[in-house]
Design a protein around this ligand. Structure first.
Ligand SMILES: Nc1ncnc2c1ncn2[C@@H]1O[C@H](COP(=O)(O)OP(=O)(O)OP(=O)(O)O)[C@@H](O)[C@H]1O
Ligand SMILES: Cc1ncc(CO)c(N)n1
Length: 552
């Protein structure tokens, strides 16, 4: 287990839980830290704005700070709303005695709602206070106050302001473009020595942005406190916050600028880590006399991009609707289809998919070996060849320029899926094997056809085009014909086993897509380090060998 950094937030409160101390504690927890909280100001606020402020005596603030630091070693301190010049001086003096390794200062001045959280006469005190920081996280307006410049209208202007201030003060700055009207929101770490680390993320069209600044700086402080590099820390914090913003509206908290869902990532990971069986005991009866025996769909059935080939494949499509819809709704798939998926996540996915294709092609070859007609043998052998030639072409092209990412081994999710396919196609009745490989055809045509037109500048156009290609659609129809035929001729018990195999494979597909979003930070962080350092001792060259083998 990684060590848990002890992180103190010094900030104002938000009783509606989206910003201030509440956001800080939730963010520190989400980022893997132990959160502590010293309150500077009590704020009567909700998602609409601030109603009133109450500033407790400064003596009591000093007592809070000293009580914590007398007892606990602090790996990082994050400051938020300080409110008055007196509070700034008090916290400043305390920091000067404690000298924590990491100090992240969010120079809170004005809330998203437009309410003032720092007395105007305290602005210069805040500017001076920032010089103590390891890194400051101003928004565009706060950056202008900090640097004494007019508010930047573009990212370049903001970067220039920050670079000059950083060089002068020796303090790193995060330039956040959340407030600018840009399609991509970029957080850039600027070091005094001129190093820039830009971490882009896609803008979410939402009003749930209350407390985003507090959350980003707290998560950043936590990751730095745990020993992450600036790049790893900012990448983690930006990606985590993006997910929190994306799912904020679903919380239905308040009717103004709602909070982000700080816990979304941990809830998703918890759900992914469950040991619950994928299929309900009653999902498939013991025997299927007719397609109707699979039962009525439990959820609305999405329209199939490639229609079923007959009553059996229709029944399978309906039975798999829950998982097919979950794939459509998956953050990974949506980002892949709309092009906003990060290159690192796509590359991880594609490297795993290359390993997958190798074993999948062997499963298709197994079906060819076991087929009972020439036509069926031809179909499965051609499909097998297609998987390691045309389909894998895409992988070879993409991975050729990313050799360090290609040097990987199969993940647990990839292994579980390919082991299942090989075991089913080699060891079960042929109809069961055919049903098991069907989702790999059918669901890919579904995702590939996810948008009506692929824009020319779509970063993953080549991927989408592979699965929208008429040649691939013909292969999907072929697989559907095979499964329809196999099921029609199978015994009721074998049909039931085939339906279970199909539904299990659908779930493997969902897991396979989503696995990139489950990467442990250590792995995610290593993608940003020099490849020979991160990859040489720990990982084998299995995939490289596969790529070479597939190219022959
Ligand atoms: N609409 C959005 N879509 C995606 N990310 C966003 C969006 N709004 C904010 N963010 C993320 O949140 C971070 C902080 O946002 P912002 O720049 O608005 O900070 P702030 O003004 O200090 O926040 P606040 O005062 O609301 O706490 C951004 O750098 C970005 O990572
Ligand atoms: C207490 C507090 N700190 C920071 C912000 C900025 O969002 C807020 N709204 N409230």
């Amino acid at each position: 287990m990684p060590s848990v950094p002890r992180v103190l937030s010094i900030a104002g409160t938000d009783p509606s839980g989206g910003a201030g101390t509440a956001a800080d504690l939730k963010s520190i927890t989400a980022a893997g830290g132990y959160g502590m909280s010293v309150v500077t100001t009590l704020v009567a606020q909700n998602t609409h704005g601030v109603r009133d402020l109450h500033v407790p005596p400064t003596d009591f603030l000093t007592q809070q700070l000293q009580t914590v630091s007398d007892d606990v070693t602090l790996d990082a301190v994050k400051t938020g709303m300080l409110g008055t010049a007196e509070i700034i001086a008090t916290v400043g003096d305390w920091l000067d005695t404690i000298q924590p390794k990491i100090i992240v200062v969010d120079p809170v001045m004005i809330a998203t709602s437009g309410d003032r959280l720092l007395q105007p006469e305290a602005e210069q005190a805040m500017v001076a206070f920032c010089r103590r920081a390891t890194v400051v996280t101003p928004n565009i307006d706060e950056l202008a106050v900090l640097t004494g410049q007019p508010c930047a209208a573009t990212e370049d202007e903001a970067l220039e302001q920050a670079a000059r201030w950083s060089a002068e003060t020796g303090v790193a700055v995060i330039v956040k473009t959340g407030h600018l009207d840009t399609l991509t929101v970029t957080n850039t770490w600027l070091s005094p020595d001129g190093i820039r680390i830009a971490v882009p993320s896609t803008r979410v069209d939402t009003t749930s942005t209350h407390g985003t600044g507090c959350s980003l700086s707290s998560a950043l402080a936590t990751r730095l406190g745990r020993g992450d590099t600036p790049e790893a820390a900012l990448t983690w914090a930006t990606g985590w916050l993006h997910e929190a913003i994306l799912h904020g509206a679903a919380l239905q908290v308040g009717s103004g600028h709602g909070p982000v869902d700080h816990a979304h990532r941990s809830r998703r990971l918890q759900a992914a880590g469950t040991a619950n069986p994928w299929l309900r005991p009653d999902a498939v009866p013991r025997a299927l006399e007719t397609p109707q025996d699979l039962g009525a769909p439990r959820v609305p059935t999405p329209a199939a991009a490639v229609p079923p080939a007959g009553p059996w494949t229709t029944a399978l499509w309906e039975a798999g609707a829950e998982t097919t819809s979950a794939i459509d709704a998956s953050d990974f798939v949506q980002a892949l289809v709309d092009g906003s998926l990060s290159e690192a996540d796509f590359t991880f996915y594609l490297a795993q998919d290359a390993l997958y294709l190798n074993r999948y092609a062997r499963s298709l070859a197994a079906l060819a070996v076991r087929s009972s007609s020439t036509e069926s043998q031809q179909f499965w052998s051609q499909a097998s060849t297609g998987a390691i030639t045309e389909e894998a072409d895409l992988h070879r092209t993409w991975m050729a320029t990313r050799p360090e990412a290609a040097r990987t081994t199969a993940s647990p999710v990839t292994s579980a899926y390919t082991d299942f396919l090989l075991a089913t196609t080699l060891g079960e009745d042929r109809a069961v094997g055919a049903a098991a490989v069907l989702p790999c055809f059918w669901l890919y045509a579904q995702v590939g056809g996810g948008i009506p037109d692929v824009p020319a500048d779509h970063p993953y156009a080549a991927w989408l085009d592979t699965y929208r290609d008429p040649g691939f659609v013909t292969a999907v129809q072929g697989a559907l014909d095979q499964v329809e035929h196999e099921l029609a001729g199978a015994s009721p018990a074998v049909r039931a086993a085939a339906a279970r195999a199909y539904l299990t494979a659908c779930r493997h597909e969902l897991e396979f897509f989503e696995q990139a979003l489950r990467l442990e930070p250590e792995v995610a962080a290593s993608r940003h380090q020099a490849p020979d350092v991160a990859l040489a001792p720990a990982l084998s060259t299995d995939a490289t060998a596969d790529f070479a083998g597939a190219a022959r």
